[in-house]
Design a protein around this ligand. Structure first.
Ligand code: IPM
Ligand code: MG
Length: 361
């Protein structure tokens, strides 16, 4: 297999993690007998500094030409003063919409080795394995009109929360298909008691459900869903929701697993092309100090093998290598509970190397 991967390191801890994780991809390629052609490109704050825009046209073109994109993270305090439409995050949103990556898969799996790192009691999270399917190219993130205007000497900010039927239908189908491969339970999250757009969401999800009589569908309002996620998270199998609610609920789900540093994600188009990125951000406070946890990015590479390259065995071997290093007691600082014994704190480089060694590289 000869496939192209575009690496976009971005800002903050993104570049230092990707420097190491790229070596894992090379080891995977040589060990499994595949060729992954790696190229890189700028997006986010570094692209603003170098090219004056968070998403240079060349980056989007390269991303379109690649089979998969591996992204670090974008953003940071250096660019906070910029208007919203020029911030680093706009580069990420432009990639998502430019590549039509409407289905964002965010699995929250608790590795048993990390049960003590969760802020919840271990019996509430032990064995947790849920999948959040977030709509990624629509909703209030992209709705028009948007802006800040001045009316009668007062500023007025506005965004538009909009979904068309076909956008809801395709994300619902993606979520039902994924639920079919898991425990066949899907919970759709909306705010149908207040927002018309999410009443339509609920109606369309119910229509799609008729094609999936083997999957049990439930609905929850987003405020209740947030509460249920911390009260009894194991009631969920697959959650499907819109862009904004998915952003919020996936951070909650991430924290159940001990650390945002553990959560991978896949953003897929209708044809299996994908962009893979950790759910965590740029963590500017620890950037450049070899403290960042590379496991979310490594697990994102595993998702790339599974969803874009259709290599589930390779994905499983990468995931097993992550389990192995956790079994060895290696921990980056974010997953090292205070006062714990028998664990060894390691940095980004050593953690990645340990995964490579466990993989057999
Ligand atoms: C995420 C992030 C992004 C989002 C930001 C960086 C634009 O929070 O991927 O969850 O809001 O989608
Ligand atoms: Mg987020």
């Amino acid at each position: 297999m000869n496939r192209k991967i575009l690496v976009i390191p971005g800002d903050g801890i993104g570049p230092e993690i990707l420097d190491h994780v790229v070596r894992l991809i090379e080891v995977v390629a040589s060990k499994e007998g595949h060729t992954f052609e790696l190229a890189d490109a700028l997006a986010g704050g570094v692209a603003i500094d170098a090219e004056g825009t968070p998403l240079p046209a060349q980056t989007l073109a390269k991303a379109k030409a690649a089979d998969a994109v591996l992204l670090g993270a974008v953003g940071g305090p250096k660019w906070d003063h910029l208007p919203v439409d020029q911030k680093p995050e706009r580069g990420l949103l432009g990639l998502r919409s430019g590549l039509e990556l409407f289905a964002n898969l965010r699995p929250a799996i608790l590795f048993s080795q990390l049960a003590d790192a969760s802020s919840l009691k271990s019996e509430i999270v032990a064995g947790l394995d849920i999948l959040i399917v977030r709509e990624l190219t629509g909703g209030i993130y992209f709705g028009e009109p948007r802006g800040v205007e001045v009316i009668a000497n007062e500023r007025r900010g506005f965004n538009t929360y909009v979904y068309t039927e076909h956008e809801i239908r395709r994300i619902a189908r993606a979520a039902f298909d994924l639920a079919r491969k898991r425990n066949r339970r899907l919970c759709s999250v909306d705010k149908a008691n207040v927002l018309e757009v999410t009443q339509l969401w609920r109606d369309v999800v119910n229509e799609v459900a008729e094609e999936y009589s083997d999957v049990e569908l439930t609905h929850q309002l987003v405020d209740n869903a947030a509460m249920q996620l911390v009260r009894a998270p194991k009631q969920f199998d697959v959650i499907v929701t819109g862009n904004l609610f998915g952003d919020i609920l996936s951070d909650v789900a991430a924290m159940l697993t001990g650390s945002l540093g553990m959560l991978p994600s896949a953003s897929l188009d209708a044809h299996g092309k994908g962009m893979y990125e950790p759910v965590h951000g740029t963590a500017p406070d620890i950037a450049g100090q070899d403290l960042a946890n590379p496991l979310a990015t490594i697990l994102s590479v595993a998702m790339m093998m599974r969803y874009t390259f259709d290599l589930p065995e390779v994905a499983a071997r990468i995931e097993a290598a992550v389990e192995a290093v956790l079994d060895q007691g290696l921990r980056t600082r974010d997953i090292l509970p205070e006062g714990s014994t028998g664990l060894q704190q390691v940095g980004t480089a050593a953690m990645t190397q340990a995964v490579i060694d466990a993989y057999g590289g």
